[in-house]
Design a protein around this ligand. Structure first.
Ligand code: ADP
Length: 283
């Protein structure tokens, strides 16, 4: 679906923003591009949708070169980033009806999208009265109205309350089940872990790591178990690697004598892995 090889890009003779990036994305994959602000995520997405044709190297999407995109490319793609692409004076329904009318291929039903995104009750409300979260949901609906094969999303759960975020993630997973390919950026490591089949860590314009979230986390080392117990009236805390629990004689003794007062595991998360791999933070 996407094939990028030795891709480099600079804005007008400035320092390179992307340097020798290579990766491929298969059909039906959710691929996450993770990195702090300024890492080059938007630049990469813009190249892939043909907005920045002056790149070096190879960038191909749906078998077309990204500097010469043509034909039905744009009817097969959904894009939800940067552009404030909603008409504020139109209602939610009018916005979706308008964008559906621009496409020749069969679109999703406006009613279905409004319902799935929890906007049916606000269908007759002008977008200017919408909260940030409602606009995020409507903007997502606009991006996918044309039932695209490939979808680009920038921070799809940003500004959503936990319930809406969970439902948005469910919708994105549902689109993958229909065989859609989804490229998304996020700062939210939990979302990346929940949603993405693979993630690329982008740091200073280079891919610092690329793998499944699980593999990246596992490669970081074993999770630890931390437990507490009371000894001579004083609470004690001990930590032991999850994969060496059977070697911890103190733990065995405490378990047998029912003296553990608390126990929890602290598995490394994707944010820790990002910091470890790139030396930087995501925020
Ligand atoms: P991200 O999406 O990861 O925050 P961007 O791709 O927006 O990163 O930006 C990467 C770098 O390119 C930043 O240093 C940014 O200042 C620079 N940049 C982005 N857009 C432009 C532009 N139109 N002209 C010049 N520099 C730009």
């Amino acid at each position: 679906m996407i094939h990028v090889e030795n891709l480099s890009f600079s804005y007008r003779r400035k320092e390179p923003v992307l340097q020798n990036i290579s990766f491929s994305v298969s059909q039906g994959e959710i691929f996450g591009i993770l990195g702090p602000s300024g890492a080059g995520k938007s630049t990469l997405m813009k190249i892939l949708i043909g907005l920045l044709p002056d790149y070096k190297g190879k960038a191909m999407v749906m078998n077309q070169n990204c500097n010469r995109l043509k034909g039905d490319f744009f009817s097969r793609v959904g894009v939800d980033f940067e552009v404030p692409a909603l008409f504020e004076r139109f209602t939610a329904r009018e916005n979706l009806q308008f964008f559906a009318s621009l496409h020749r291929r069969p679109c999703f039903k406006v009613d279905d999208l409004l319902t799935q995104l929890g906007l049916m009750q606000a269908e007759k409300q002008k977008v200017s009265t919408f909260s940030k979260g409602m606009k995020t949901r409507l903007s997502f609906a606009r991006a996918v109205i044309n039932n695209p094969d490939l979808i680009f999303l920038d921070e799809p759960t940003d500004g959503l309350d936990p319930t809406s975020a969970a439902s948005m993630k469910g919708i994105i997973k549902g689109l993958r089940q229909q065989g859609k390919t989804i490229i998304l950026t996020t700062h939210n490591m939990q979302d990346a872990t929940d949603l993405c089949d693979r993630v690329a860590f982008l740091s200073s314009g280079q891919i610092a790591a690329l793998n499944t979230p699980r593999s990246l986390i596992m490669a970081q080392g074993a999770a630890n178990i931390t437990y507490t117990f009371v000894d001579n009236g004083v609470e004690q805390t001990r930590t032991t690697p999850l994969n060496r629990l059977s070697e911890d004689d103190v733990l065995s003794f405490l378990v047998k004598s029912n003296r553990i007062t608390s126990i929890h595991s602290d598995e490394p998360n994707l944010a820790n892995v990002f910091t470890e791999v790139t030396g930087g933070r995501l925020e």
